[in-house]
Design a protein around this ligand. Structure first.
Ligand SMILES: [Zn+2]
Ligand SMILES: [Zn+2]
Length: 130
């Protein structure tokens, strides 16, 4: 019977390991502050951090991003980047009115103007007349 007990022990260890991986694998990362993201409200300038699971939850909101700001309760918070030079948190170019550059290091830098959209104008494909 010694052999059966050994097999049972191996199965028990494997099952324990599988449960540990299932419960500790992704869950740990979702709650790991090292993977948290910075957010800033474009209305009240409140900045806050979200853990990966909180971020995923916030982005379930209809029309997000922006997501809800915990300070003013408005849906105006966008994810911000930290400037590698001075550490300032700033909005990406996807945020209305933001340049997408660090306002401290590049106060005058702007995104190139988007091509003006003329409603009604349809660009006709160039016909290949041969
Ligand atoms: Zn706010
Ligand atoms: Zn900077």
């Amino acid at each position: 019977m010694q052999r059966n007990r050994l097999i049972a022990l191996v199965i028990l260890i494997a099952a324990t390991a599988a449960v540990w991986i299932a419960t500790h694998g992704e869950v740990d990362q979702a709650n790991d502050p090292a993977f948290s993201t910075h957010w800033k409200c474009s209305k009240c300038d409140h900045t806050f951090e979200l853990l990966p699971n909180e971020r995923a939850e916030a982005l379930k909101l209809k029309g997000s991003p922006p997501i809800l700001c915990p300070a003013c309760a408005g849906q105006f918070a966008y994810q911000v980047s930290g400037c590698p030079t001075c550490g300032t948190l700033y909005f990406g170019a996807e945020v209305p009115g933001a340049s997408g550059f660090c306002p401290v290091c590049h106060p005058k830098k702007r995104q190139p103007d988007p091509e003006p959209e003329v409603p009604g104008e349809i660009r006709r494909p160039v016909a290949n007349r041969n």
